[in-house]
Design a protein around this ligand. Sequence first.
Ligand code: KG4
Ligand code: ZN
Length: 347
Amino acid sequence: MHVLGIESTCDETAASIIVDGRTILSNVVATQIDLHNHFGGVFPELASRRHVEAVLPVVKDSLETANLTPEGVDLIAVAQGPGLIGSLIVGLQTAKALALGWNVPIVGVNHVEAHLYAAMMEQEELLFPGLGVVLSGGHTFLVLMTGINDYQLIGTTVDDAIGEAFDKVASMLELPYPGGPAIEALALSGDPLRYPFKRGIVKGRPWDFSFSGLKTNVLYTLKGPNTNRYSPLILSENEKAHVAASFQQTVFSDVVEKAYLAAEKYACKAIYLGGGVSNNRHLRTLFKEQNKSQLPIFWPPFGLSLDNAAMIAGLGYHVYNAHGPSSFDDLQPKPRIPLPTSVVSRI
Ligand code: KG4
Ligand code: ZN
């Protein structure tokens, strides 16, 4: 089954052709980084306008790269949310128009679930129950997975998403957007133990994350007490690298520790990671170093950590086989669905 995936939840317009949920024939991504760099984050209205311009050329490119004509497409999978409302509308309307024009079924996919599917896509055998760890610009989740499409929420963030915290700290460090890769690069020349930042603690909720206190801590270290993000830096270039390394270390040691504790508590047989932040090499090293019980850890393959449509098409194949097509009425943009509502339960 050839599935065309369409992704437009945030600042990437992407289309991909996947066979039977696994084999990638094309994976085209038009990034908008140049557009948003100037603002230090995504400017929603500009994002939707750029999606409008990019979506059809990206779909065309994905078909051509896969050497496929529209007649060869069996299903269209589209990211239905969560994401920016204007951006979602562009992907959904395009997918619906193509489904009508080509007379193919269509299925809506949860973007957060798709991030985790990216780590499963190339595996011969999947191990369940598994611990899913979603670390992206908009989402931070620990979930218990009993199947590809079956989740229960364990923990999430009470304020910023993890990638958002990276982007905001990068902006304080006067680094470009997106901040994650820039912090990772700067941290390479810094000492991760130089600044003993405190990880966020959420009272009575041991599985949840909080990054806002840490962000303020970094701000005051960089600019002095009671300053704001517009105040000038008081630290030297050298010290900035130590701050980047210490921030990264504080955030990741929190994630790694919670992930292993959760995996143990819920008897998980594997850990699946997804989302842009899972691209970070230091994170991968920490997971490896602290893997005391030798749990299998699955990372998204190259090119599938950041937003892409291959993960949407891949998951779409499974959702369609399990539940059939989505109706056009169901395919409304859902800016705030964190996980499928039928399975979200706090444990
Ligand atoms: O998954 P993604 O492409 O988009 C969302 O669904 O949000 O994630 C983008 C986020 C950005 O916040 C970016 O700074 C972060 O992922 N990111 C990283 C790295 N690469 C991307 N964070 C830390 N280290 C990286 N190497
Ligand atoms: Zn994403």
